[in-house]
Design a protein around this ligand. Structure first.
Ligand SMILES: [Zn+2]
Ligand SMILES: [Zn+2]
Length: 167
């Protein structure tokens, strides 16, 4: 039961944060949980549970599917991982890299996920938190709808139809 040596550059604060959360639930930061934490932060972009399992196996970790399924929600609750539901109702995850948050546009039809950053939204959220003396851990912004391509396919004649005389 060995784990590969990780040359991970994981921020030690993240380890502390996870460990503190686990302690508050009466759980320990086991090597498996630490491995998953490391690999979550190594994952580029959004992933589903199975994607993480594939990455971990490829990197030589001996980790079971149930362990990953049990650990990801703990990471979400600890504030280190964001969870969102895509248009196909799959749960996707993304690690928090610093507090550099971004928002998502999720297309209901093709399931495309576009990321965007909007400083005005960030500023507004901070102002709202301050007004309520609320200490934010993370922000989650999602706009669900239809991308430009899908709109074109869903409503191909909307703009022209107005000009056409009715027969
Ligand atoms: Zn689309
Ligand atoms: Zn994202």
């Amino acid at each position: 039961m060995q784990s590969p040596k990780d040359e991970s550059t994981l921020n030690p604060q993240f380890i502390t944060q996870f460990e503190d959360y686990l302690k508050s639930c009466g759980l320990r930061l086991t090597q498996k949980r630490l491995d998953i934490l490391n690999q979550v932060f190594d994952y580029p972009g959004h992933f589903q549970t199975e994607d993480l399992l594939v990455q971990m196996r490829r990197n030589g970790y001996l980790v079971s599917r149930p362990t990953i399924y049990r650990t990801l929600p703990l990471l979400v609750k600890s504030g280190l991982l964001t969870e969102f539901i895509d248009a196909q109702k799959n749960t996707r995850y993304e690690s928090i890299h610093s507090l550099q948050e971004h928002a998502h546009l999720i297309c209901l039809r093709c399931n495309q996920i576009v990321e965007f950053k909007e400083p005005r939204i960030d500023a507004l959220q901070k102002a709202v938190c301050e007004a309520h003396q609320f200490k934010p851990v993370r922000f989650r912004n999602e706009i669900i709808g239809h991308c430009a391509e899908c709109q074109a396919e869903l409503e191909p004649k909307t703009t022209e139809a107005n000009d056409e005389p009715t027969a």
